[in-house]
Ligand binder design. Sequence first.
Ligand code: ADP
Length: 164
Amino acid sequence: MPLKRIAIYPGSFDPVTNGHLDIVERASKIFDQVIVGVTDHGSKHSLFSIEERVQLFRASLKNPRITVESFKGLLVDYAVKKKACAIIRGLRAVSDFEYEFQMALMNRHLSQQKGDIVEIVYMMPDEKYTYLSSSMIKEVFRLGGDIGRFVPTGVQKALKLKLL
Ligand code: ADP
């Protein structure tokens, strides 16, 4: 049987935006299965709980090749456990590059140490999402701006319940 090619799309997704959806749909055209791995960053305080972030992402999808779950710990350990051959990350602008480059090389080093090679694949979203981030959405929403074009409807409702 041919090998099933699995990719992990990790992030905090606090909350999911149309930029994240753009990337994960692109990735699903290249891989047989994409697992969205929702996680916490030590340095980031999140608005939504990890369960809420998983639910919001799940409710925004209709693609059977994409599944959503949470994980804890090292990304490469999670990727190996899931038998993934790749990690997907989105690249918006040059400002993402420095951090992503460091993270990619560290993850490559860690995965080589474990004897498994997990490639990191960068994808660019449609240009209309280039300046979109979860933190920008939260800020604009708090200030009363219209975020309708940038997030799924479920997220807009969840933000209203959480922040208004
Ligand atoms: P993290 O805290 O791990 O960066 P995020 O939820 O902010 O988690 O982002 C997850 C991934 O999605 C990252 O690779 C990030 O660069 C990418 N991403 C975030 N927003 C966008 C967007 N508007 N377009 C494309 N990729 C994006």
